[in-house]
Design a protein around this ligand. Structure first.
Ligand SMILES: Nc1ncnc2c1ncn2[C@@H]1O[C@H](COP(=O)(O)OP(=O)(O)OP(=O)(O)O)[C@@H](O)[C@H]1O
Ligand code: SF4
Ligand SMILES: [Mg+2]
Length: 364
């Protein structure tokens, strides 16, 4: 371990160019900025939960953090070493062959990590054979068996000799969790890793992941679209929640800061939309429209302004930087977090759209 964060993203931006359409095959490609100028550090044994609606860029950000997706600009480093410089053999102190096994991933669909034509034991042996060739076969088997028993799949030999279709969804996800832990990684990206499980199994799986995190001293980047899962994980681990909207992280903080004292209007809307999290009895959603903007034509200024109940003219042209919230100092990309900001002297934007919902902000 070093004093450097396990992973640090600095002003990372990821753009995808889409192909020309049938109607306009030779036109300029559309550009989707899936990740937009994101800086985030994940420390040793830290758990960060990334939350946001579908298409906001969570998976792209996660893949960038573990060095699978290259940023179009900005950087991503592992313990201070640029991952992409290491990948291209750029003379970094830590080689890519050390970095790759240290950053692991669990997919939403465990099937994609397990070859349907191979017994579980074969799929699990592969990463060990590739990254730790010095281990003998008995040593590999001992490690796999011990971990299988640790996640409650006993007798291990019985489960390990099965094919993936002979395991339940929960068992497959445990097998994939074991696969990600076998190399003793520093960080695991868990991308919607519990979403496909029955509600009753989700808490069990989250608890297991947290137990193993403590045992292995691993950090997690846990992606979810469900704020109540994010709260559960962050509350139990003392970790942080990062809220993402259209490629940007708009607010980061502890459970107290994000769930109990959200500053960003989008975080407030997410909280409103999550059963059991919102104590007030406000019936109207605190959002002006449910329509998400076209990711290839992002709004000017603050990209949440077309939906924000608190948008003022200032927000239409100015993009908020990261501001420390007045009362507790957690970072937030909304002018309202600064009570002296000139935003407050600007008039509210007009609510002329038919689909504008009555929202509990400055538009009533
Ligand atoms: N390889 C790609 N090529 C083109 N566009 C992509 C690619 N991968 C992602 N995108 C686009 O980038 C944006 C962010 O996608 P991403 O998968 O990161 O979102 P997400 O928050 O993980 O969504 P979900 O919750 O549905 O999994 C989307 O508009 C998506 O269509
Ligand atoms: S900066 Fe303006 S538009 Fe953006 S979230 Fe804050 S109040 Fe809303
Ligand atoms: Mg995703």
């Amino acid at each position: 371990m070093s004093n450097e964060p396990v992973v640090a993203l600095k002003n990372a931006t990821v753009e995808f160019k889409t192909e020309g359409s049938l109607l306009n095959p030779f036109g300029d490609p559309d550009v989707v900025r899936a990740v937009n100028d994101v800086s985030l550090e994940i420390g040793d044994r830290e758990i960060v939960t990334l939350i946001g609606e579908s298409g906001c860029g969570k998976s792209t950000l996660g893949r960038t953090a573990i060095g699978v997706q290259q940023p179009s600009s900005g950087s991503v480093s592992y313990r201070g070493q640029d991952i992409w410089a290491a990948r291209s053999g750029g003379g970094t102190e830590i080689s890519y062959s050390e970095i790759r096994p240290a950053l692991q991933m669990i997919h939403q669909d465990p099937g994609s990590a397990l070859n349907p034509n191979q017994r579980i034991v074969t799929s699990l042996s592969l990463p060990l054979r590739r990254w730790q060739p010095e281990l003998s076969r008995p040593e590999r088997m001992e490690r796999i068996h011990a971990l299988f028993e640790r996640v409650g799949m006993q007798p291990a030999a019985d489960f390990l000799n099965r094919y993936p279709h002979q395991l339940s969804g929960g068992e497959k996800q445990r097998a994939v969790l074991v696969r990600s832990l076998l190399l003793n990684p520093d960080l695991i990206l868990a991308d919607e890793a519990i979403s496909a499980l029955d509600v009753s199994l989700r808490v069990e799986m989250m608890d297991l992941m947290l137990e193993l995190q403590a045992l292995f001293d691993t950090s997690y980047l846990f992606i979810s679209h469900d704020l109540s899962n994010a709260r559960y994980i962050a509350e139990k681990s003392g970790g942080r929640i990062a809220v993402m909207y259209l490629g940007r992280i708009v607010e980061v903080g502890t459970v107290d800061e994000i769930i109990n004292n959200p500053q960003h209007p989008y975080t407030k809307a997410l909280r409103w939309a999550t059963p059991n999290l919102y104590g007030d009895d406000e019936e109207q959603p605190p959002i002006r429209t449910i329509d998400v903007p076209d990711p290839t034509a992002l709004p000017t200024g603050c990209n949440f302004h077309p939906r924000c109940p608190n948008a003022r003219e200032f927000c239409v042209n100015q993009s908020p930087p990261e501001i420390e919230a007045n009362d507790d100092g957690h970072p937030c990309r909304c002018f309202r977090a600064d009570e002296d900001h000139e935003y407050w002297d600007s008039p509210p934007v007009s609510s002329d759209s038919d689909d504008t919902l009555s929202a509990g902000g400055d538009h009533q």
